[in-house]
Design a binder for this molecule. Sequence first.
Ligand code: IPE
Ligand code: IPE
Ligand code: MG
Length: 233
Amino acid sequence: MTSESIHPISHIAIIMDGNGRWASINGLSRNKGHEKGTENIQSIVQRVSELKIKFLTIFAFSTENWNRPKLEVSTLMNLLFDSINKQLDYLISENIRVIHLGEKSSLPSHLQKAIYKCEQATKNNTGLTLNVALNYGGRTEILNSIIKILSTNPSPNQITFKNIEENLYTSGIPDPDLIIRTGGEKRISNFLLWQSAYSEYFFSDLLWPDFTSKDLDNAIDTYFSRQRRFGKV
Ligand code: IPE
Ligand code: IPE
Ligand code: MG
């Protein structure tokens, strides 16, 4: 494959888990773990972009993460705000388009503005599309899609899979081929419930701050050793 050709994987999604345990093992506060975890994002984005994979989705904050202590939540919001602002020049220079997946309205207003600015500034970029799932929940996404469809008063037998897909946050984005979860847990935690119907999973015991671009390459190699059947023989 030449460096210019598009990668056979269209979409990788990552559940970036394990910041808290990384901090605890290293004798640091959970907030330091989140700082390290946030810093780790760029090298993975860089690698996916170099590989000419078209879509990367990163799970940064779930609808259930609001149930964490207030200080941890506000630290996460501030880290994400800083990271979006700090990375903007890099994203533009790398031709990366950023799309937010989730509900913006309940995020702090400074973060909403930063996300909006980043989406606008990168919207015409044609390289990697980086989807940032932030205040994202798969069940909320499906419920909202159904509510939007019903608001047009369709007759029930007119509703199709396509209608549901077109009203998800991920409208127009192919389903993930590969979903990586770091941190050792083997669960989906409300991530891309609809879109993952036929995704391959790769579970890594590495904690997110320790997950490198080499580990990403290893996950991709594993993906290519699998046989996807989609229900066929
Ligand atoms: C992932 O790391 C980051 C978020 C969920 C926001 P965790 O904070 O969940 O780390 P662990 O699972 O407690 O180690
Ligand atoms: C999933 O991790 C959410 C993110 C990585 C943003 P969690 O740490 O919230 O998941 P659970 O609670 O272990 O299922
Ligand atoms: Mg966790």
